[in-house]
Design a protein around this ligand. Structure first.
Ligand SMILES: [Zn+2]
Length: 123
Protein backbone atom coordinates (compact mmCIF):
# COMPACT_ATOMS: atom_id res chain seq x y z
CA UNK A 1 0.00 0.00 0.00
CA UNK A 2 1.30 3.46 -0.83
CA UNK A 3 1.66 6.14 1.79
CA UNK A 4 -0.46 8.72 0.06
CA UNK A 5 -3.48 10.23 1.76
CA UNK A 6 -6.95 9.97 0.22
CA UNK A 7 -6.73 13.66 -0.71
CA UNK A 8 -3.43 13.16 -2.48
CA UNK A 9 -4.80 10.16 -4.36
CA UNK A 10 -7.83 12.20 -5.39
CA UNK A 11 -5.58 15.00 -6.56
CA UNK A 12 -3.53 12.62 -8.68
CA UNK A 13 -6.64 10.92 -10.07
CA UNK A 14 -7.97 14.30 -11.21
CA UNK A 15 -4.63 15.29 -12.72
CA UNK A 16 -4.33 11.96 -14.53
CA UNK A 17 -7.87 12.13 -15.90
CA UNK A 18 -7.19 15.64 -17.18
CA UNK A 19 -3.97 14.44 -18.81
CA UNK A 20 -5.77 11.49 -20.36
CA UNK A 21 -8.38 13.75 -21.98
CA UNK A 22 -5.75 16.27 -23.04
CA UNK A 23 -3.50 13.68 -24.68
CA UNK A 24 -6.41 11.88 -26.26
CA UNK A 25 -7.64 15.15 -27.80
CA UNK A 26 -4.20 16.16 -29.05
CA UNK A 27 -3.65 12.72 -30.56
CA UNK A 28 -6.96 12.80 -32.35
CA UNK A 29 -6.28 16.28 -33.70
CA UNK A 30 -2.81 15.41 -34.98
CA UNK A 31 -3.94 12.19 -36.62
CA UNK A 32 -4.56 13.89 -39.92
CA UNK A 33 -1.27 15.76 -39.87
CA UNK A 34 0.54 12.45 -39.46
CA UNK A 35 -0.86 11.02 -42.66
CA UNK A 36 1.69 10.52 -45.47
CA UNK A 37 2.41 13.73 -47.33
CA UNK A 38 0.61 13.91 -50.64
CA UNK A 39 1.65 16.96 -52.57
CA UNK A 40 1.00 18.22 -56.00
CA UNK A 41 4.41 18.02 -57.69
CA UNK A 42 3.50 20.76 -60.12
CA UNK A 43 2.48 23.45 -57.72
CA UNK A 44 4.80 22.71 -54.80
CA UNK A 45 8.52 23.37 -54.97
CA UNK A 46 11.18 20.97 -53.78
CA UNK A 47 11.90 22.98 -50.65
CA UNK A 48 8.35 23.07 -49.45
CA UNK A 49 8.12 19.34 -50.09
CA UNK A 50 11.09 18.82 -47.79
CA UNK A 51 9.49 21.18 -45.29
CA UNK A 52 6.27 19.22 -45.37
CA UNK A 53 8.08 15.92 -44.89
CA UNK A 54 10.10 17.28 -41.99
CA UNK A 55 6.99 18.73 -40.44
CA UNK A 56 5.30 15.37 -40.75
CA UNK A 57 8.23 13.59 -39.11
CA UNK A 58 8.00 16.00 -36.20
CA UNK A 59 4.29 15.37 -35.87
CA UNK A 60 4.95 11.63 -35.86
CA UNK A 61 7.65 11.90 -33.21
CA UNK A 62 5.36 14.00 -31.06
CA UNK A 63 2.55 11.54 -31.49
CA UNK A 64 4.77 8.64 -30.45
CA UNK A 65 5.75 10.51 -27.30
CA UNK A 66 2.17 11.49 -26.53
CA UNK A 67 0.95 7.94 -27.14
CA UNK A 68 3.54 6.59 -24.74
CA UNK A 69 2.57 9.16 -22.13
CA UNK A 70 -1.10 8.32 -22.56
CA UNK A 71 -0.28 4.66 -21.91
CA UNK A 72 1.57 5.63 -18.74
CA UNK A 73 -1.32 7.83 -17.62
CA UNK A 74 -3.74 4.92 -18.09
CA UNK A 75 -1.37 2.55 -16.29
CA UNK A 76 -1.16 5.00 -13.39
CA UNK A 77 -4.97 5.20 -13.24
CA UNK A 78 -5.19 1.41 -13.00
CA UNK A 79 -2.50 1.47 -10.33
CA UNK A 80 -4.71 3.85 -8.35
CA UNK A 81 -7.63 1.42 -8.75
CA UNK A 82 -5.41 -1.41 -7.56
CA UNK A 83 -4.19 0.62 -4.58
CA UNK A 84 -0.64 0.42 -5.83
CA UNK A 85 -0.19 3.97 -7.00
CA UNK A 86 2.85 5.84 -5.72
CA UNK A 87 5.01 2.75 -5.40
CA UNK A 88 7.96 2.14 -7.67
CA UNK A 89 7.27 -0.74 -10.06
CA UNK A 90 10.90 -1.72 -9.98
CA UNK A 91 12.01 -1.53 -6.35
CA UNK A 92 8.60 -1.09 -4.64
CA UNK A 93 9.84 1.91 -2.70
CA UNK A 94 7.54 4.88 -2.21
CA UNK A 95 7.87 7.45 -5.00
CA UNK A 96 8.36 10.99 -3.66
CA UNK A 97 5.27 13.18 -3.55
CA UNK A 98 7.02 16.01 -5.36
CA UNK A 99 7.94 13.68 -8.19
CA UNK A 100 4.37 12.40 -8.39
CA UNK A 101 3.02 15.93 -8.48
CA UNK A 102 5.38 16.95 -11.25
CA UNK A 103 4.71 13.76 -13.19
CA UNK A 104 1.51 12.08 -12.05
CA UNK A 105 2.00 9.22 -14.52
CA UNK A 106 5.40 8.16 -13.26
CA UNK A 107 5.67 4.54 -12.14
CA UNK A 108 9.28 4.29 -11.05
CA UNK A 109 11.21 6.22 -8.42
CA UNK A 110 13.89 8.71 -9.34
CA UNK A 111 16.71 6.31 -8.59
CA UNK A 112 15.28 3.49 -10.72
CA UNK A 113 14.52 5.96 -13.49
CA UNK A 114 18.17 6.93 -13.70
CA UNK A 115 19.20 3.25 -13.75
CA UNK A 116 16.74 2.61 -16.56
CA UNK A 117 18.01 5.58 -18.52
CA UNK A 118 21.62 4.46 -18.17
CA UNK A 119 20.70 1.00 -19.41
CA UNK A 120 18.72 2.38 -22.32
CA UNK A 121 21.59 4.58 -23.50
CA UNK A 122 23.99 1.64 -23.59
CA UNK A 123 24.35 -0.26 -26.86
ZN1 LIG B 1 12.57 2.36 -7.59
Amino acid sequence: MSELTATQIQEQTDALRRLEIELDTVLRQSKEAAQPVVLDQQSVGRLSRIDAIQQQKMVEANRRRQNLRLKKVRAALSAIDAGEYGLCLRCEEVIGWRRLQAQPECTVCLECQSHLEIRRSQP
